[in-house]
Design a protein around this ligand. Structure first.
Ligand code: BT5
Length: 255
């Protein structure tokens, strides 16, 4: 089921508030989101007509990060169809990137009832139609489907395509979870590369990203030792195959 709200503070907050009234797999989108949230209470910036902001609710995922895998893979498929000539990839835990710029971010939040995990709400924000100038207001390296492909798309059309893709991916997951998770792992192109990590206390270090573990955490190799890393951020060292790609348009057109 797809619900499209004209305006809401946060689709994740709305989906959590209505979690027990809505059917499993429902997708809630907002044409305008006024108080979008990222992880660790960071701000997610979006604009009406420029951004996709939606959340899906799942009752049948067995781990929180599986929700991010479902929504992330669905978004990857939709974005690849809109910008077929570009190399989009996951940056751990499940942001979507083009070269060294963020195109989309995912926020998964558990819903607990009587001390038990009842399900997960997973929201995604995608930069769709922003120009380079508008992206500068974000204050972090960002790109949009428009700046990487040169094409603008209708928000409602993309919401519908994404809802369809999320539903298909969720059905696949319910039937063959291991196949969906294997695809998610295969799309995490930073696995095997050197990455820069920022620890919980802000310390920065380099390590080799070896694999994802069963909880979606990062398995890293540092100084010959294997460690697990699940808090903080990955500061990206641009993978060689994407480092020389520039956005194909400047997206500088002002309107
Ligand atoms: C995320 O957090 O990337 C998760 C974003 C999830 C947003 C969706 S929208 C629908 C649903 N409803 C919500 O309220 N949230 C979800 P994080 O990894 O913590 O990244 C946040 C950081 O990304 C910010 O601190 C900025 O530096 C940067 N940022 C903010 N807005 C951005 C944008 N539009 N494009 C690229 N980067 C952005």
């Amino acid at each position: 089921m797809l619900i499209v709200l004209d305006e809401v503070d946060s689709t994740n907050t709305w989906a959590k508030e209505h979690f027990f009234e809505l059917a499993d797999g429902t997708v809630v989108a907002a044409l305008e989101q006024t108080a979008g949230r990222g992880r660790l209470d960071r701000v997610w910036r979006s604009k009406a007509g420029r951004s996709i902001t939606l959340s899906a609710l799942f009752r049948r995922v067995s781990a929180g990060f599986h929700a991010g895998a479902i929504v992330g893979l669905a978004a990857l498929e939709v974005i690849r169809a809109l910008a077929p000539e570009t190399e989009i990839y996951f940056k751990w835990p499940n942001d979507l990137y083009f070269a060294d710029r963020k195109l989309a971010g995912v926020l998964s939040e558990g819903v607990v009832r009587q001390g038990e995990l009842a399900g997960v709400v997973c929201g995604i924000g995608i930069n769709l139609n922003q120009t380079e100038k508008e992206l500068l207001e974000i204050g972090a390296p960002a790109c949009s489907v428009y700046t990487i492909s040169g094409r603008k798309n209708g928000v409602k059309k993309v919401i519908k395509a994404l809802e369809k893709s999320i539903t298909e991916c969720y059905i696949n997951y319910c039937n063959y979870p291991e196949k969906v998770l294997a695809r998610f792992r295969a799309e995490n192109r930073l696995i095997g590369t050197e990455v820069e990590l920022v620890g919980a206390t802000g310390e920065v270090f380099r390590a080799r990203f070896r694999d994802l573990d069963a909880d979606g955490g990062m398995v890293i190799e540092r100084g010959g030792r294997i460690e697990r890393f699940d808090c903080g951020d990955v500061r990206i060292v641009v993978p060689p195959e994407t480092a020389n790609q520039c956005p194909v348009t400047g997206g500088n057109n002002e309107e």
